[in-house]
Each structure stands twice: as C-alpha cells, then as structure tokens.
Design a protein around this ligand. Structure first.
Ligand code: CA
Ligand code: CA
Ligand code: CA
Length: 298
C-alpha cells in the first residue's frame, strides 16, 4: 500500500472477512513488514499463508489527521484444484460439457464444445427457463446461451462469484470411502448438497468411525445419484444491466445435480444423462412468485 505524499498518515489497516470470520491487520512502514524501506510511504504486512478454499474479502483504510480513505473491496481466493468451472461428462457414446452456472453442451472445454454422440455434435446448446407471476406481472429468467440469456452466476445467493467453494463437485460410487471426493463434499454441503448423516448429528463429517476402511450405515457419506454425480449451485444474481431482458435478480438459487450410469450393463442407460434441479427462493428480493413454470427443452 503506497500512501503517496498526503499529509501525515496516522494509521493504515486492512479489515475484512476471511472465510466469513472478521479479519484485521495493521500495516507498517518500518522496513520490517514486507514494506520495502522504512519511511518510504509503502506500507505492508504479511497475510497468513493461504490454504486451498480460503476466501479473503478486504478493504484497506488510511487515516490522516484530517480524514480516512478506504479502498474498494478486494477479493483474494485460493481455489480447490478439483472443484472446476467446467467439465466433460463422458458416459456411453455421449460427451456432455457443462459449466458451473447452468449451461449445458454449449461450453468450451479442452475436448471441444456441444454435446457429442459418437463424436458428432447433436445438441449445440441447452439450458433452462423459469417464469412466473410477481404481483400479476410476468417475470422470467434463465440460461439459454443460443438466445443470449445468461441470468445466472455461480454460487449461492449473495456470495461472491470468486468464492473458492463455487464450482462443480464430482463424486462417483467407485471413489474410495472417506477419500478425497468424500472430504471435498464438505464444500458441496456448504452450498446445499445432500448427504447421508449416518451418525445423525446434523453435520457432514465423513469419518470411518470403526476404522475398518468401508462405509457403514452409521457413517456419513455424500449423496451419490447414479454411478457418478456432478453437483453445482448457481443463482440469478447477474446484474440487470447485463441481461437481455433487463429483469432484476430475485434471489433464486438452483442446485443442479447431473448424474449418469457409465458402467451400466444397459447401453441405453450408458447413453443417458439425468439432471435434477432444486430451486430455492432466498431472501426478500422479491415478493412471492406465483404459478412458476420451469422448462428446459429447446
Ligand atoms: Ca516502507
Ligand atoms: Ca454427521
Ligand atoms: Ca466403517
């Protein structure tokens, strides 16, 4: 932080939230706090080394004898390497790329884009629309890339899109019990994902209680639909000015689980992809929405 040639500075402080907990830090210009030379008006300090999953949202204030200046909010995050923004779902003869905010097929991944069947693009784009009545006015929002409708962003209502918990969580029946994907599911649970609460304490704590290396009914595990599940959460928080139809956000959160049976004995099951949408209206951004219609066919 460089304070420039302003009148004598009486204090420089960082304050904000680290993983939803208050976080403050005084910055110094004494040559001992990562601040270059003493007295050069460059202030610094050391922030705790980041761990995967950390989210720090902060501002810096500078006090002088006359006033206080505050920076804009700065967001720093440390992502989980296996919680991704987009992924290819491969099952049977299908490759379906998805992203973390409701787009299906029309997602550029390393393998290309579009849903492919035997390597031939058979669905270019897929998404969903929601419509209803708000105090007798028709309202709608959705994700349909071909129509340039992109009203949803990654994450829960009210959370920054940079939150490292945001993204696509993958868990498979064949994953080792209590292994990485089961532990990572804690992030999914914090976003609203379901789990089996074997030890019945209302917390997702996937621990091998009797240490026998296998899962028992009284031990926690992720909800795994099909043989492989992909879970992500998005909300209608895209700003009104960035939308095609200029609707304001209504605090709607969608928990999307896509699942498949790539190891099924039935070729028809291998070639199928199932999608579950759970729709939650949060907060008081809008009055009641009546007569909701949901559809996702083009
Ligand atoms: Ca300095
Ligand atoms: Ca539990
Ligand atoms: Ca066990």
């Amino acid at each position: 932080m460089f304070t420039g040639s302003l009148s004598p500075v009486t204090g420089v402080n960082l304050y904000g939230l680290l993983n939803d907990q208050p976080y403050t830090l005084q910055l110094f210009d004494d040559g001992n706090h990562n601040d270059s030379l003493s007295g050069d008006k460059i202030y610094g300090n050391f922030i705790r080394v980041f761990q995967e999953g950390d989210l720090l949202m902060f501002r810096i204030t500078m006090q002088t004898a006359f006033d206080t200046t505050t920076t804009k909010q700065i967001i720093t995050a440390c992502a989980f390497p296996d919680v991704v923004k987009s992924i290819d779902i491969r099952t049977g003869r299908i490759i379906l790329p998805i992203d973390n905010r409701g787009n299906l097929a029309d997602v550029a991944t390393a393998s290309g884009g579009g849903m492919r069947y035997d390597s031939i693009v058979s669905i270019f784009s897929q998404g969903f629309m929601l419509s209803g009545l708000i105090e007798s006015s028709v309202w709608a929002a959705g994700v349909f890339s071909t129509s340039l409708i992109k009203d949803f962003q990654v994450g829960k209502v009210g959370y920054p899109i940079e939150d490292p918990k945001n993204g696509i969580y993958q868990v498979a029946l064949s994953d080792s019990a209590f292994g990485t994907s089961w532990q990572r599911w804690k992030g999914a649970v914090s976003l609203g994902a379901r789990y089996w609460d074997g030890n019945n304490n209302n917390i997702y704590d996937p621990i091998d209680l009797n240490q026998n290396g296998t899962w028992e009914l009284n031990e926690d595990m992720p909800e795994i639909l099909g043989e492989v599940s992909y879970f992500t959460v998005f909300n209608d928080g895209v700003d009104v000015s960035l939308r095609r139809y200029l609707e304001s956000p209504k605090g709607i959160e969608i928990r999307q689980t896509i699942y498949a049976f790539p190891d099924s004995d039935s070729p028809a099951m291998q070639d199928a992809v199932f999608i579950r949408y759970e729709i939650v209206k949060k907060g008081n951004l809008s009055p009641k929405i009546d007569d909701i219609i949901f559809w996702n066919s083009e």
